[in-house]
Design a protein around this ligand. Structure first.
Ligand SMILES: Cc1cc2nc3c(=O)[nH]c(=O)nc-3n(C[C@H](O)[C@H](O)[C@H](O)COP(=O)(O)O)c2cc1C
Length: 411
């Protein structure tokens, strides 16, 4: 197996850094384009007369634990920078079925300097348990100190190290996916973090840098040896960004590389049938879901119900989504002044309104709302108009889930 080298890679990365900075954090819905990957349709979903959807269940592994922490379900919320904030985590937790939720990626240095925005990112709530903080950094001293800081602060159940972020300013600085290019340094960093805290430490990574460097099985094996409690694996390479299909055989290799720790399969799981395929084809112990949770925050409850019974209830109706949206705004307003909360809410509202089948013009107008009066007025309009081609209390059609667009070296 080849591990990509630091020298030439450094040059390539420097070239990448000229690309657009800060993309994931500041991504607004308009820069997303449609994901053209076909949904795996080799697991059929049948809606019965009782309104429940039946999907054949695969063989499930035993209950999932992160070290001594037993997770209530095997369905995890995958970090989505700018979206998986405390208000959204509370929303999916309130609905149910989430085994573990994670913050967006948090900069170790910013955490240690107790930067206000970063401290907000690690804020949690009694409803938001168990809760993981995902950290990134390339300097072992800072990453270790950040992990110790989190442990001493309390309220955090596990720490996740980000080894998958493809964004230039992170990967180019040797953090995120860039860690896959420095095997020795990375394994030693992860070992130091594990040894410096009592909390369980997991790692989230991609399959490798590119198709010639599919190093995830190698890293997973090494990480298990140094005491990592779990591996989450997004079944794409860094080079792929979000293009192409997730490689389930690639995820399976990671599952096969470890002996005892759980592997969390991730990527393109949009519904229960997709999760069934992921579990069946990879043998993964758990599944993490990112984008689909934005379109359908009920997905974790559906998965839990399905695992228990073989069928699951529909996602929320228009009315239920409207209530959910208002609740999330209230959670945001607990953290921020109302007009700041409105601006922060725009990103999420885009998804909610799409899921609610609100006509495009009204969705667009929502993005310009600034004051609480305007907010109330547009919600009044949304409530009055209801969904296009649907009804307020029935099942809504699935919402299409997009991905960041363009070549990854331009992010
Ligand atoms: C907008 C956006 C932000 C993301 N932010 C993070 C992040 O902060 N940390 C991380 O490990 N992965 C991040 N990811 C990757 C997701 O966690 C996940 O691995 C990926 O979206 C594939 O899963 P999905 O198909 O269920 O969304 C992000 C993805 C997107 C689209």
């Amino acid at each position: 197996m080849r591990i990509c080298q630091r020298g030439p890679l450094g040059t390539r990365l420097n070239n990448f850094i000229a690309g657009r900075p800060d993309t994931i954090k500041n991504a607004i819905p308009d820069v997303f384009k449609a994901n053209t990957n076909a949904s795996p349709n080799d697991v059929a979903a049948h809606v019965g007369a009782d309104g429940l959807t039946r999907v054949e269940r695969p063989e499930f592994r035993g209950p999932v634990s992160y070290g001594s922490l037993k997770l209530a379900t095997r369905y995890l919320l995958s970090p989505l920078a700018g979206f998986t904030t405390l208000p959204f985590r509370r929303i999916v937790r309130n609905i149910g079925g989430v085994g573990l939720a994670t913050t967006d990626l948090v900069n170790c240095r910013a955490l240690l300097s107790q930067n206000e925005r970063t401290m907000q990112m690690i804020q949690t709530h009694s409803e938001d348990q168990p809760f993981a903080v995902q950290i990134f950094g390339s300097d072992p001293e800072f990453v270790t100190a950040a992990a110790q800081f989190l442990e001493e602060r309390g309220g955090v159940a596990t720490i996740d190290i980000n080894m998958g972020c493809p964004v230039n300013r992170i990967a180019g600085a040797g953090s995120g996916a860039g860690m896959m290019c420095n095997a020795g340094g990375t394994i030693s960093l992860v070992q130091k973090v594990v040894e410096s805290v009592k909390l369980p430490v997991s790692v989230k990574m991609r399959l490798g840098w590119d198709d010639d460097n599919l190093t995830a099985p190698f890293f997973a094996k090494e990480f298990e040896q140094v005491g990592v409690c779990a591996i989450a694996i997004h079944g794409r390479t860094r080079e792929q960004g979000f293009s192409g299909a997730v490689s389930r055989p690639g995820i399976r290799k990671v599952v096969e590389a470890v002996e005892n720790i759980p592997v969390v399969g991730n990527g393109d799981v949009r519904n229960v049938a997709d999760a069934a395929v992921m579990i069946r084809e990879t043998g993964c112990h758990a599944v993490s879901i990112g984008r689909a949770a934005l379109a359908n925050p009920w997905i974790f409850r559906q998965l839990e119900e399905w695992e228990r019974t073989g069928s699951y209830s529909p996602a929320g109706t228009f009315e239920e989504r409207l209530q959910l949206m208002l609740r999330q705004y209230q959670f945001l307003a607990e953290q921020h002044p109302p007009e700041r909360a409105i601006i922060l809410f725009r990103k999420m509202a885009h998804w909610y309104l799409k899921g609610m089948r609100i006509r495009k013009k009204l969705r667009g107008d929502f993005q310009f709302v600034k004051t609480t009066d305007q907010f109330d007025a547009i919600l009044g309009k949304i409530r009055q108009e209801g969904p296009v081609g649907g009804n307020r209390t029935g099942v809504l059609t699935d919402c299409h889930i997009p991905v960041p667009s363009g070549p990854v070296d331009k992010w």
